[in-house]
Design a protein around this ligand. Structure first.
Ligand SMILES: [Zn+2]
Length: 278
């Protein structure tokens, strides 16, 4: 049983020139492990990307914002999809992945809910989520970002998931770049550090003197899918009555599966009749 809650700290450090995020989302990853009944290897990969999604969701500015990350491994053996919104609701699933992710692409879609979504893609050069995320920020967003994400899953239980991420703001002095880089060395084995200190401990142990003049924001991400019968109903209604009746004739029912929360939505002939009565 995980007693800890999921935490995301955000603050500016080093003369307010570096944006710091500290995450501990062990419980969130355990929720995902339970929903999807994952192997340890797959759970570690999904956990890494859920941590990335929690971080990127925490950076969203708009109330209607959402972000999604999709990974397709080069050999077609694994697909990962995670997404999050500004409420800190994070969800995701993985197909395959027992053998790790070998090459492929990472696609990020950031939607502020108003304008056209920002889409960025990069090639996966490493089996490490942290390396791939750094690469993504470097290439697609051109923001120098240091990422140390760590996840440990043993015997079907996530022992720890979280990490530390620093992003240099425009105009960061060389001195503060060096300070950030040096501090990041402490998180090379991110899983061990998060396991030992937790997010609270990391903030006090490594950054206590740095956040005094900047606000520290604490939010609580959680695993939550945003699907609902009403939303699914809208989707299937758009198929039209005839198409739905064809499906019922063939399969006896209309079944829509949500990959993120592993839920089936079933619609019978009676449901379809009701939908189109008005
Ligand atoms: Zn769902």
């Amino acid at each position: 049983m995980q007693k800890t809650i999921n935490k995301l700290y955000k603050s500016l450090v080093y003369d307010n020139q570096v944006s710091l995020s500290v995450l501990e989302i062990t419980r969130l990853v355990n929720d995902a492990v339970k929903i999807h009944n994952l192997s340890d290897a797959s759970a570690e990969i999904l956990g890494g990307f859920l941590t990335a999604a929690a971080y990127m969701a925490g950076c969203l500015k708009s109330e209607r914002g959402a972000v999604s990350l999709t990974v397709k491994s080069g050999d077609g053996s694994a697909t990962v999809s995670v997404s999050g919104d500004c409420k800190g609701h994070i969800r995701g699933y993985i197909e395959g992945g027992e053998g790790g992710i070998k090459g492929g692409t990472l696609t990020v879609i950031k939607d502020d809910g108003f304008y056209r979504p920002f889409v960025g893609t990069c090639e996966l050069k490493s089996p490490s989520v942290s390396e791939n995320l750094m690469q993504y920020f470097h290439i697609s967003e051109q923001i120098p970002t240091a990422v140390a994400i760590g996840v440990k899953v043993e015997g079907g239980v996530c022992k720890v998931a979280g990490g530390v991420i620093m992003q240099l703001l425009p105009g960061t002095s060389e001195e503060n770049m060096d300070r950030a880089e040096e501090r990041m060395q402490a998180f090379v084995n991110a899983a061990d550090v998060v396991e030992r200190f937790g997010a609270d401990g990391i903030m006090s142990e490594y950054f206590s003197g740095e956040t005094e003049n900047a606000g520290v924001y604490l939010t609580f991400p959680e695993y939550k899918c945003n699907c609902s019968r009403a939303k699914i109903t809208d989707v299937i209604t758009s198929l039209g009555k005839k198409e739905l009746e064809n499906i019922i004739a063939e399969e006896g029912q209309v079944k829509v599966h949500c990959h993120y929360c592993n839920t089936d939505y079933i619609f019978t002939q009676k449901d379809i009749d009701k939908l189109f009565k008005a």
